[in-house]
Design a binder for this molecule. Structure first.
Ligand code: ARG
Length: 247
């Protein structure tokens, strides 16, 4: 029996294999991250990463199920099988990579700042904010928060459950700056900013965003990375990217 299963390759082949057998790929995400995953007026979750995941599940021949999960608890939720994979604009950090595996990155972003209009000229980079008199906001559990605490450690920091509240704190003049991934801030400066925010758009960190998988699942990593290579070269990635990001 042992020899037979070894010959026919019946070894457990990871979450992609499970998803194919189940007919559904379950992806954990916190749909608050414009323009990657967000909820439209009809309550549907849409965005750049959602479209990538739709293409991925189509290639797998399965249905896509998005599992809304707070960002703060998204790694524990993966590790306790609430879903198969994290697809939530997650920065591949070395710290997170000690706990989970990551696919090849699907895009590279970096931290940027939205500052109070009144601070224009006074604050030219994150370094100018490194002073106890300034108050910075971001979202709990994100790299925005980690970078604020590490690179702008002298400033006061306040974390919010979602990005929008953290931006509003600056719009309302309670905080001085919101630190977050560049693509989010590009959208937010026009949406919530309405002339009240200034965008310091030069990213000052290097942040590859990738899909997160449980450790040890190299079969699924192989499938996803080969799929990524395919869509990067057959026009699929370019088409989806052009839909969500202006040149
Ligand atoms: N890239 C940042 C991080 O990994 C922010 C991602 C936030 N994602 C979300 N779906 N709200 O921490």
């Amino acid at each position: 029996l042992f020899a037979a299963s070894a010959l026919t390759g019946l070894a457990h082949a990871g979450m992609v294999d499970d998803a194919v057998k189940r007919g559904t790929l379950r992806v954990g995400m916190d749909p608050t991250y414009m323009p990657f995953e967000m909820t439209n007026k009809r309550g549907e979750i849409i965005g750049f990463e959602v479209d990538l995941l739709k293409a991925m599940s189509k290639a797998m021949g399965v249905k896509l199920e998005l599992v809304s999960t707070s960002y703060d608890g998204i790694i524990p939720a993966l590790l306790t099988d609430k879903f198969d994979m994290i697809g939530s604009g997650m920065t591949l950090t070395q710290e997170r990579n000690l706990r989970i595996n990551f696919s090849e990155p699907f895009i590279v972003v970096g931290q940027t700042l939205l500052i109070r209009k009144e601070l224009q000229g006074e604050i030219k980079s994150y370094k100018d904010l490194n002073d106890g008199k300034y108050r910075i906001t971001s979202k709990i559990g994100t790299t925005g928060e980690m970078v604020a605490k590490k690179l702008i450690a002298k400033a006061q920091y306040h974390g919010f459950d979602n990005e929008q509240e953290a931006v509003m704190d600056v719009v309302n003049g309670k905080a001085d700056a919101f630190i977050y991934d560049a693509p989010y801030n590009v959208v937010a400066v026009n949406k919530a900013g309405a002339g009240k925010l200034v965008f310091l758009e030069e990213p000052f960190t290097f942040e590859p965003l990738a899909f997160g998988l449980k450790k040890g699942d190299y079969d699924s990593l192989n499938w996803i990375n080969n799929w990524m290579h395919q869509i990067r070269n057959d026009g699929t990635y370019e088409r989806i990217h052009a839909k969500w990001f202006k040149k």
